[in-house]
Write a protein that binds this ligand. Structure first.
Ligand code: AR6
Length: 165
């Protein structure tokens, strides 16, 4: 697997699947979740309601259509909320591992991934970057390119540093 890091907006990525940092209600929200629902249109929410009537637990992953986005699928993961006291690193690692497993189920060859839990959920950036990079690197999968799409210069730099370790 090729691991790549870019600074940018995940909603514009031309990949098979993009990963969303959702919440366990799975009905949209702010941050990257809000951006994905806004750009992909109503079809994503409709699919969330149908496929996840009871939401999705923290650490798990599930897919929906990507609606009007260039990608074919959105793989939703629910990161742990550091600010609410969910600070178990294995839950954050599980998000990336489970996202890759869902990508394999979908036969997705390219995927774009944001910095799960590192925004509104408040996971410390350097630690979030290290867990993300280490987990994606060490998880066996048929995905050919895992592209981290980082929204700011600061987040991009943290991931570059983690990847260089
Ligand atoms: N493309 C790429 N990354 C983005 C984009 C974008 N368009 N927009 C934001 N980011 P966050 P979380 C970055 O807060 O911490 C939502 O309300 C952002 O800079 O989106 O897991 C959900 O519904 C940060 O680096 O997700 C949940 O309630 C990263 O994406 C809650 O927020 C993740 O930040 C999830 O919080």
């Amino acid at each position: 697997m090729r691991l790549t890091l870019i600074q940018g907006d995940i909603t514009t990525q031309e990949v098979d699947a993009i990963v969303n940092a959702a919440n366990s209600r799975m009905r949209g929200g702010g941050g990257v979740d809000g951006a994905i629902h806004a750009a992909g249109g109503r079809a994503i929410l409709d699919d969330c309601v149908q496929r996840f009537p009871h939401g999705l637990p923290t650490g798990q992953a599930g897919w929906t259509t990507a609606g009007e986005l260039p990608a074919d699928w959105v793989i939703h993961v629910v990161g742990p909320n550091w600010n609410a006291g969910q600070r178990d690193p294995s839950l954050l690692a599980a998000c990336y591992r489970n996202a890759l497993a869902v990508a394999d189920e979908l036969s997705a060859q390219t995927m774009a991934i944001p910095a799960v839990s590192a925004g509104i959920y408040g996971w410390p950036l350097e630690d979030a970057a290290r867990i993300a990079v280490e987990t994606v690197r060490s998880t066996p999968s048929k995905v050919e390119e895992a592209r981290f799409v980082l929204f700011s210069k600061e987040i991009h730099a943290a991931f570059e540093a983690a990847a260089a370790e």
